[in-house]
Design a protein around this ligand. Structure first.
Ligand code: FAD
Length: 420
C-alpha cells in the first residue's frame, strides 16, 4: 500500500474509523494524534445500529461485544419514577446490528488496536499536534508541533488532509476564523460512572424526568466488573440553568452539590438515583453547547469530519455515530475518484446537509421529546394511567421521528449511509 497517503488529524473515534476504512479500500494513510498516549478518557457513549453496521463491516463486532453492553431496550419514566414508555433497541428491535453502550475509552482502544494491527503501529503517530494545513494542486501539507513541548515538527506532505480533531478543531478554525462562539442550549450537564447492580433488563437505557427541574439518563456500559457481578453504569444529569462554564472540556470535574437537588427524592424501585450519584467513581461537568452548521467543510484537498465538522449537543447518542457515517462516505468517495479534491467535495455534499439536520433536531426535537410532552400534558404530576395522558401510538411516532432524522430508522438503514 504505497503511494500518496491520506493524512488524518486526530485519533478519536472518527479518525481511527476513517483510517481502518481507507486501509480496507487499499488507500494508504497515517493518523496524527496530539496526545502523547491514548488514554481511556470520557465516560459512556452509544453506538446506534447505523454506526454499528459500519463497525461490523470492519470486522469489529466481536471485539466490541467483549467490552460493551448490547443495549436491549429504552425505558422512559417521569420524575415520580412512573413508567411512560418502553421500546426495544438494537437487535431486540429487529435491527441486524446491535446498539452498543460503551465506555468511550473502550471504543477508542478497540479502534486503535485494530488500526495498529492492520495498518501498522508506525502509522499512528502520537504527540503530533496539528497547527494548520495547506492545499496545492498536486498535494496537501499538514504542519505540526510536538504535542507536549510545542517544538516544531517536520511538515507532512500527503494526498489529502482530513481534520478529525474534535470540538476544538484547529482546521475548522483555520477554515472559518470568524465563526461565532458555541451556542449554549440553556442546559448544563453532569456525567458520571458508578459501579452498580444491574437494573431493569440489565441492558436498559433509562431516561427520566425533564430538564426543569432535572432529567437523568442512565445506562450500563460494562458488564460484570467485579465479584458481585456489578456493572459500570453511566449516568448523566441534565438541568436547565443559565449557569454554565462555556469552555468545552471533557475532563472538567463536577461537584455533586451543584446538581443533586432535583434528584434528592428519586428513590425508585428500579433505582435509588441519589445513591447512584453519590457512589460515583468520577463526575464531570460539560455544557450542552453546539455550533451552527457550517456552509462548507472542504477546501481543495482539505476537509473536516466528525465533531470538527458538526459539533452537536451530546444528546441522542449521535456524536460518535455521525463521525462513523462521515468516515464511511469519505472512504468510499476517495476509493471511487482519482481526484481527491472531487472526492472531498462529493463527501461534503452528501454529509453536510445530513449532519446539519441532526444538529438542528437535537436542539428542537431530541429523542426524548416524549418526556417533555408527558410533563406538559400531565401538568408535571403523577398520572393514574399513562393512556389517559398520551397514547402508545403517539409515543411510538415521536420516537420514530427522531430515528428518521438521525438515519437509523429501518427504512433508511436498508438504503445505505449517505442519507445520514
Ligand atoms: C477526551 C475526550 C472525552 C470525551 N468524552 C465523551 C463522553 O464522555 N461522552 C460523549 O458523548 N462524548 C465524549 N467525547 C466526544 C466524542 O468522542 C465525540 O463526540 C465523537 O466520538 C466524535 O468523534 P471525533 O473523532 O469527531 O472526535 P473526538 O473523539 O473528540 O476525537 C478528536 C481527537 O483529535 C485529537 N486532536 C485534537 N486536536 C488535535 C490536533 N490539533 N492535532 C492532532 N490531534 C488533535 C484529540 O486528542 C482526539 O483524540 C469525548 C472526546 C474527547 C476528546
Amino acid at each position: 500500500m504505497d503511494g500518496p497517503e491520506v493524512l488524518i488529524i486526530g485519533a478519536g473515534i472518527g479518525g481511527l474509523t476513517l483510517g481502518l476504512m481507507l486501509h480496507r479500500r487499499g488507500i494508504a494513510c497515517r493518523v496524527y494524534e496530539a496526545a502523547p498516549e491514548i488514554k481511556p478518557l470520557g465516560v459512556g457513549i452509544n453506538i446506534l445500529p447505523h454506526a454499528s453496521k459500519e463497525l461490523g463491516e470492519l470486522g469489529l463486532e466481536s471485539a466490541l461485544t467483549r467490552v460493551a453492553i448490547l443495549t436491549r431496550e429504552a425505558a422512559f419514566f417521569n420524575r415520580f419514577g412512573q413508567l411512560i414508555y418502553r421500546e426495544p433497541l438494537g437487535r431486540d428491535a429487529g435491527y441486524e446490528w446491535p446498539q452498543y453502550s460503551i465506555h468511550r475509552g473502550d471504543l477508542q482502544a478497540v479502534l486503535a488496536a485494530a488500526f495498529r494491527e492492520r495498518v501498522g503501529a508506525d502509522r499512528l503517530l502520537l504527540g503530533w499536534k496539528c497547527v494548520g494545513a495547506t492545499d496545492a494542486a498536486d498535494g496537501a501539507t499538514a504542519q505540526f508541533v510536538d504535542g507536549v513541548t510545542g517544538a516544531p515538527l517536520a511538515p507532512q506532505p500527503g494526498h489529502a488532509v482530513i481534520g478529525c480533531d474534535g470540538v476544538h478543531s484547529v482546521l475548522r478554525k483555520q477554515f472559518h476564523p470568524h465563526e461565532g462562539d458555541p451556542v449554549y442550549s440553556g442546559v448544563n450537564m453532569w456525567r458520571g460512572v458508578t459501579r452498580w447492580p444491574a437494573m431493569l433488563s440489565g441492558a436498559t437505557m433509562v431516561r427520566a424526568g425533564w430538564l426543569n427541574p432535572g432529567k437523568m439518563v442512565i445506562y450500563p456500559i460494562r458488564d460484570r466488573i467485579d465479584a458481585d457481578g456489578r456493572q459500570l453504569v453511566n449516568w448523566l444529569a441534565e438541568i436547565e440553568t443559565p449557569h454554565y462554564l462555556p469552555k468545552r472540556d471533557w475532563a472538567r470535574p463536577g461537584r455533586i452539590d451543584d446538581f443533586i437537588g432535583p434528584y434528592r427524592d428519586w428513590h425508585f424501585d428500579w433505582c435509588d438515583v441519589p445513591a447512584l450519584i453519590r457512589a460515583a467513581d468520577a463526575i464531570y461537568e460539560y455544557p450542552m453547547v453546539d455550533q451552527d452548521p457550517l456552509e462548507r467543510w472542504t477546501f481543495g484537498r482539505l476537509t473536516l469530519l466528525g465533531d470538527a465538522a458538526h459539533p452537536m449537543v451530546p444528546r441522542g447518542s449521535n456524536g460518535a455515530g455521525q463521525a462513523i457515517l462521515d468516515a464511511r462516505v469519505l472512504a468510499d468517495e476517495l476509493a471511487l475518484r482519482r481526484d481527491p479534491a472531487e472526492a472531498l467535495r462529493v463527501y461534503e455534499a452528501a454529509r453536510l446537509p445530513a449532519t446539519s439536520k441532526v444538529v438542528l433536531a437535537n436542539r428542537t426535537m431530541p429523542p426524548d421529546a416524549i418526556l417533555r410532552e408527558v410533563k406538559l400534558r400531565s401538568g408535571d404530576r403523577p398520572f393514574e394511567r399513562i393512556e389517559d395522558v398520551i397514547s402508545r401510538e403517539e409515543l411510538a411516532a415521536m420516537s420514530e421521528g427522531y430515528k428518521k432524522v438521525a438515519g437509523y430508522d429501518h427504512a433508511t438503514l436498508a438504503g445505505g449511509p449517505a442519507a445520514g
